[in-house]
Every structure is written in structure tokens, then in C-alpha cells.
Design a protein around this ligand. Structure first.
Ligand SMILES: [Zn+2]
Ligand SMILES: [Zn+2]
Length: 554
């Protein structure tokens, strides 16, 4: 009897984001990624969303390490939060650690955190497991597949990946090693990225983007070029800067994360921009438009991002005008389309020309499509398969894909956030709902599982607020003053005064009627005020504002 192995999913199977799983054997815990999810319009006022760490509350002392597969925020964005609760060693590539280091430093946790750099092909003892790290191609450099040797055989975790046969740095996915492991000792379980499982075909190579960028640069000679892409996409930055330098342009970065990541990548020798070609963004106005290329963050039009501010004329560094061409070397992440569209309109209104991936091949995804997933499945030939990293529809599409190439339906399992994958001598099964899979919300001031403030904000945002204050004399059983009604965002200005007056009358009538019925306790009086207000608001305006009522005794 070999010891069982558990994998508890704390996030990432249901949303694209906050990827985190707990590997457990013999009472010892190792974390596989620790990411965040970016908030959207359903979570107003939230800064970020973390995995369901409640599962770890009584187990943190047994957490021995975390493996970070690559440097994207959905894999590393919650590390500092968890490190602030308990320090544990991190294992990742040099570039990933460089990105994590910035976050730990901001949180004042860097000195207390043990950082272990791993290199391609290396095997490390991590907690109760031997983990072999294999190179894999993705939209950030130095991603790692983990082949985790456990008492129950090898678990192969694909990390986020595409199968780019011609990556910019020549570092291809080590399919040969996966094939060898598949033959001997065999792969017990494959956990595989599902992001593009519902997309047919395969993704374009990163090196196919270069010639498209080059043609856009050529077509816009003499103009200032401002490009935006993800700050962690070093290979894209490398292609943009190489073209810019070849055209005799100086390169400036815009946005803190772009500046930091370019510095990190240059330090590690991953990005070669001659010192003489780099200028500070403060200096770009000194050069002719055709002599400059700015590489910026903000390709997703995030609220306070460098490019979004520049598009609104609010940048401290850059004024967008008729001499500018803006290249968006990215596609909008689902949910960001409207904001990106607004930003493009703002740029065009300022006279700039905008080129984007919607029209030209200025971007390629970092997540393999169906053909690439089939290749990985066929190489790994796993005994069992659980799709990871996806929304529900991506996970289902990935299960169907696995079955379409010959996996038996009882060897492909669907897990969701909060579920546990149990591996023992009898096989593999899913225990559902081991932990709730709740979202942990981080606001500026606090971290909580409480959803209620967010629900309230949505009600306020959609319907506004109506407040009614009633002052009564409990001895005489009469109103001590006219009820006071205030509202925000409920009605158009012209309608407010009249409806307020009517609501005052309605509430006053309800209070008098209550006294006539002999009601003298405040809770019942409050109920009646609330009911009268609610009915009035509903019948007269057909809107659903938040209603606050209070009864005060004098
Ligand atoms: Zn990811
Ligand atoms: Zn990723």
C-alpha cells in the first residue's frame, strides 16, 4: 500500500485566475502556484481576488514550500499575502523569482522569504516530492512544467503553455523528456491548461508576430510609435525594441511594471537593448517623433495604467497627438473589451493612429489551442486526466478533447474550485466540496470572504439610495417632526422634489396609522416605515434603490 496523495483545488478551476492547488502526502503540504484574479464590474471596489485560503487556516504550519510555474499574476499574485501569514520557501525560475521579489519587497517580506532558483531539467526535493522541472513555451519567459514524483506515481502539471516550435529564445518545450517519462515509469495523472481548449487549430508562433510589427513600423516611419503589451511579455518587448533600434529609434518605457520588468530581463540577459538606445520617458519630447519608440503598459486599458491615462490626456509623461501611432500588441482579455474600445476612441480623438491585433497579426496567444493540447496528451499518454486552468466551458471542452483522442470517459475527471483529487492504490477520484472554493476579496483596507459589501455596491450602482428618517415622540404617540427623505442617484433631478414630498406624506400617513393601531414599539414602527417606503418606491418608480430607514425617538 503506497501512501495516498491529495490535490485540493483552491482556485483556477472555474475562473481564469487565482490558480492555486495544495499537494498533500503524509501530512506534508506543497502549494502549486498562488495567484490572484483581477476584479471586474461584478466586484466594484475590490482590488484583487485571492484563492480560498480558508482551507489552509489550520494547516499553515505544515506548508513546506510553493512551486511557482511562471511569472503571471494569476500564478504569483497572492504569494505576498500568504507569506505575510507564514513564511515558506518558494521554488521557481530566475525570471519568475525576479517578478516575485518585487512584490515581496513592496510588502516588506523579501528578507524573510527563502527563494530557490531552479533551472531547466533540474530535479529538486520539495516537501515529500521529487519535482523535475521542464522548459515550456508561454507568453512569459522561463515557464516550467512540473513532473512531480509522488508515492502514487508521476503527476505532470503542464503549467500555462503553448507548443511554440520557434520561440524567440529557442527554448522549446521538452516534449522528448515527457515522452520518456510516459514510457518509464509512466504518467499517472496529467493536469493540463484548458484556456484555449475550445479553439480549433494551433496558435501562431511568437516569432510570426515580429514581421507584422516590422511592417507596421515601416508604414509609420517619421511618426512617434507607442506600443503597448503585457509588461511580463519579455519576448514581445524584445521584438519591439529590436525593430525600433534597427530603425534608429530610441526606446523608452512607460509604466512602472514595464520599467521594472525591462530592467530585470536586461539584468538576466534575456533582453538585449544597447544602453545607448535607451532613454528615460522624461526625455522623449526632446527627440523628433520618428526617433522614438515608447513601450508602455496598459494594453488592457486598466483604470490607472500608463496608456489609459495618456489616452485621456492625464499622463505626466506623454501627450498624445497627431504625430503618434499607437500599436496595441495584445488582445483584450474577456471582460476588458469595452474599456479597450473606449481607450482606442480616446487615442483617435487626440489625433493618433491606432493599430491593433483585431486587424493585424500583432499578437498571439500564450495558451495552446486544440491541436497543441492533443500533441501534449499524445506525448504524455497519462493514465488519468483532470483539466485545469479554465472556466467551466473550457474544462468541459478539454475533457471532450481528451475523450476524442481515445481516453476512456472514466479516466477523465472534472474538478472545480474546492474539490479534492484523491489518488490512491485503487485509482483516482474527486471528492467534491472539501473546501468551499470561496473568493477571498482584497480591498484597500481589508481582506475578507464577506460578499455583502460588494452586493451592496452593485445595488447602489444600479439603483441609487433612498433614506428616510422618522422622528417620533413615544409618550404622546405622534410624529415629532415631518419625516426626512434624502436620495442619491435614484431619480432624474427634475422628478426628485415632487416625489420626495409624496414619499414624506406616504411615510407620515403610515406612522399615524400605526399609532392609531396602538403600535408603540420601535421595531414594529420601523417595519411599517420600511414597508411604506418600499411599496412607494416600487410602485411609483419601478426602480430598486437601496432603502435605508430609521426611526428615532425624542
Ligand atoms: Zn495562467
Ligand atoms: Zn500564464
Amino acid at each position: 500500500m503506497a501512501l495516498p496523495v491529495h490535490i485540493t483545488i483552491l482556485g483556477g478551476l472555474g475562473d481564469i485566475g487565482r490558480n492555486c492547488a495544495v499537494l498533500e502526502s503524509d501530512g506534508r503540504l506543497v502549494l502549486l502556484d498562488c495567484g490572484q484574479l483581477f476584479p471586474d464590474d461584478l466586484t466594484p471596489g475590490v482590488d484583487s481576488i485571492y484563492p480560498d485560503f480558508a482551507y489552509l487556516d489550520d494547516k499553515l504550519d505544515r506548508l513546506e514550500a510553493a512551486i511557482l510555474t511562471h511569472g503571471h499574476e494569476d500564478h504569483i499574485g497572492a504569494v505576498a499575502h500568504l507569506q505575510s501569514r507564514r513564511s515558506f520557501p518558494l521554488f521557481a525560475s530566475a525570471f519568475t523569482l525576479g517578478l516575485v521579489r518585487n512584490r515581496l519587497e513592496e510588502a516588506g517580506l523579501l528578507a524573510a522569504t527563502e527563494l530557490n532558483e531552479v533551472v531547466d531539467g533540474e530535479t529538486r526535493r520539495i516537501g515529500p516530492f521529487d519535482v523535475e522541472f521542464l522548459p515550456v513555451t508561454h507568453s512569459v519567459p522561463s515557464g516550467l512544467i512540473s513532473a512531480i514524483t509522488t508515492p502514487q506515481g508521476i503527476i505532470l502539471h503542464s503549467s500555462d503553455f503553448k507548443l511554440d516550435l520557434t520561440p524567440l529564445d529557442g527554448r522549446v518545450t521538452d516534449l522528448a523528456r515527457i515522452g520518456t517519462l510516459a514510457t518509464e515509469p509512466g504518467i499517472r495523472l496529467l493536469l493540463c491548461d484548458s484556456t484555449n481548449a475550445d479553439q480549433p487549430g494551433r496558435t501562431a508562433s511568437e516569432t510570426e508576430v515580429g514581421p507584422v510589427l516590422e511592417s507596421v513600423f515601416r508604414a509609420h516611419r517619421g511618426r512617434r510609435i507607442i506600443t503597448a503589451c503585457f509588461a511580463s511579455h519579455v519576448h514581445r518587448v524584445a521584438q519591439i525594441s529590436a525593430i525600433a533600434v534597427a530603425e534608429g529609434r530610441r526606446v523608452a518605457t512607460l509604466g512602472l511594471s514595464m520599467k521594472r520588468n525591462v530592467a530585470l530581463a536586461r539584468d538576466l540577459g534575456m533582453l538585449k537593448i544597447p544602453d545607448t538606445s535607451i532613454v528615460d520617458v522624461e526625455e522623449v519630447e526632446r527627440f523628433e517623433p520618428g526617433e522614438v519608440c515608447v513601450i508602455s503598459t496598459g494594453s488592457q486599458a486598466e483604470d490607472r495604467s500608463a496608456l489609459a491615462l495618456a489616452a485621456k490626456g492625464e499622463s505626466r509623461w506623454i501627450q498624445i497627438g497627431a504625430d503618434d501611432t499607437v500599436i496595441l500588441s495584445s488582445t483584450a482579455i474577456p471582460g476588458n473589451e469595452a474599456a479597450v474600445g473606449r481607450m482606442m476612441n480616446n487615442l483617435v480623438e487626440r489625433g493618433a493612429r491606432v493599430e491593433h491585433a483585431g486587424v493585424l497579426g500583432l499578437h498571439t496567444s500564450g495558451h495552446g489551442k486544440a491541436d497543441e493540447l492533443r500533441t501534449l496528451h499524445a506525448t504524455a499518454r497519462p493514465e488519468w486526466f483532470v483539466p485545469v486552468h479554465g472556466e467551466h466551458r473550457h474544462l468541459i471542452a478539454h475533457l471532450e478533447l481528451a475523450e476524442s483522442i481515445g481516453m476512456s470517459g472514466d479516466r477523465t475527471l472534472l474538478a472545480r474550485d474546492g474539490d479534492r483529487i484523491v489518488i490512491d492504490d485503487d485509482g483516482i477520484r474527486i471528492d467534491h466540496g472539501v473546501t468551499s472554493g470561496r473568493h477571498l476579496y482584497r480591498h484597500a483596507q481589508f481582506v475578507s470572504y464577506e460578499h455583502r459589501p460588494i452586493g451592496d455596491r452593485i445595488v447602489l450602482g444600479n439603483g441609487g439610495l433612498v433614506s428616510v428618517v422618522v422622528v417620533v415622540d413615544p409618550d404622546r404617540l405622534e410624529l415629532a417632526a415631518e419625516p426626512e427623505v434624502t436620495s442619491r442617484g435614484w431619480l432624474a433631478d427634475g422628478d426628485t422634489a415632487e416625489l420626495h414630498d409624496e414619499l414624506v406624506e406616504e411615510v407620515a400617513g403610515a406612522v399615524v396609522a400605526a399609532f392609531d393601531d396602538g403600535i408603540d414599539d420601535r421595531p414594529e414602527l420601523e417595519r411599517r416605515v420600511r414597508r411604506a417606503t418600499g411599496q412607494f418606491v416600487n410602485q411609483r418608480t419601478r426602480r430598486r434603490p437601496m432603502i435605508l430607514t430609521s426611526v428615532v425617538e425624542v
